[in-house]
Design a protein around this ligand. Sequence first.
Ligand SMILES: [Zn+2]
Length: 105
Amino acid sequence: MRQRWLLFAALAVVFGMLAGVFQSWTALSNAFMIATGISVIGAIAVSIASRTDKYSLEALQKVHEKAELDAIDLPDLDFDSVSCIACGTVYNRRLPVCPHCKTTR
Ligand SMILES: [Zn+2]
């Protein structure tokens, strides 16, 4: 999940609301308030940790890796094809045996 801080922020809201709901039960309300505080700190920490410097060499390396992966041209996979368990030949599913080694599926 890319925006994990949102999870912590949502938890903070929920804990905050629960603290309000259980206002008459002081111990429980205090526990929820502490949980709210921890969630807020968690959201901030995760947000800071996930921040990437777009001028860093690591970010540049990731951009290059992604470009290289995108450049690799995969053959169009045909879902009517099967791969022979014996020789690896890819052939049409409708054929009962491998056309290369005659192994049955
Ligand atoms: Zn085969």
